[in-house]
Design a protein around this ligand. Structure first.
Ligand SMILES: Nc1ncnc2c1ncn2[C@@H]1O[C@H](COP(=O)(O)OP(=O)(O)OP(=O)(O)O)[C@@H](O)[C@H]1O
Length: 266
């Protein structure tokens, strides 16, 4: 795998995330094509782009879940694929699909995660109760995860990802299927987390939310980064949605087709 072209200059802060020439192929398709992603430490960063742009695949390679075909990724200056254990100890992940231990209660899930992370039992119990309360899950703490709603699943998964107080959080579509009340709770928790200097990187299709929350944005299209930087720079004088449509090109499928659709057709 290729090396980083240069280490940060002396005095230059080490970014929370930095990838160089990251590539992932699935058969003949290059899903991620030489991606150089940078996220400064302490950012609330959005990774945006159309369906199939390569966001999930990129996040999976950065968090040690998927081996890249080429290139490299660093989290807090540590090479993910040279020292995956060190990186995994420093990051929290809310992956796509949310595979959880369904037959545990919410509280048991947190206690179990804490034990896996090697946190002392009493400390885990203290943090678990606090997270359950902040996430509005205290009343459902003894319910099995399999019986949780979509929003409750996101909240317990976020609680599990935060339990070991990671330096950086990677969230794949954290607000998908979450009601506005629960979304507010998630936002409050994440804002508090970044205010203390930790980093959040999340993928989303909800541009209004990215615009409201993020101070840093990376835009992907067809496996590549097509824009990246402070939100104000990427957005310019338009909304983020308008900027995104310009960057990735509005999909024009023409006037033809679907003539059968609608009540006026036979
Ligand atoms: N395991 C896989 N096997 C084959 N192709 C895959 C696999 N995972 C992803 N792909 C392909 O790689 C491309 C990028 O997928 P990816 O899930 O990273 O995109 P995305 O930007 O997260 O999309 P979305 O916004 O729809 O979640 C897509 O064309 C997808 O079909």
């Amino acid at each position: 795998m290729s090396e980083f072209p240069s280490a940060p200059a002396p005095g230059e802060p080490v970014p929370a995330v930095r990838t160089h020439g990251l590539v992932k192929r699935f058969g003949a398709q290059t899903a991620v094509d030489r991606v150089d992603l940078v996220v400064p430490r302490g950012s609330f960063a959005g990774l945006v782009g159309p369906n199939g742009a390569g966001k999930t695949t990129t996040l999976s390679m950065i968090t040690g879940l998927l081996v890249p075909d080429a290139g490299s990724a660093q989290v807090a200056g540590i090479d993910v694929w040279r020292d995956p254990a060190a990186v995994k100890a420093r990051v929290g992940v809310l992956p796509e699909g949310l595979r959880l231990f369904e037959r545990l209660s919410g509280r048991e899930l947190l206690l179990y995660n804490g034990q896996i992370r090697g946190i002392p039992r009493e400390e885990v119990a203290r943090r678990a109760e606090e997270l359950l309360r902040v996430m509005d899950l205290a009343a459902s703490a003894d319910k099995l995860v399999v019986d949780y709603s979509t929003g409750m699943r996101k909240k317990i998964a976020l609680a599990a990802a935060l339990l070991h107080n990671p330096e950086a959080l990677f969230l794949d579509e954290p607000f998908e299927g979450v009601d506005p009340v629960s979304a507010n709770t998630l936002v409050e928790v994440l804002r508090r987390y970044t205010a203390s200097g930790s980093t959040v990187v999340f993928s989303s299709h909800v541009m209004d939310l990215v615009e409201r929350l993020c101070d840093w944005v990376s835009v992907m299209n067809h496996g590549r980064i097509v824009a990246q930087g402070p939100l104000a720079e990427v957005r310019g004088n338009s909304t983020l949605n308008e900027a995104l449509l310009q960057l990735v090109g509005a999909r024009d499928h023409g006037e033809e087709g679907l003539t059968w659709l609608g009540s006026s057709s036979a």
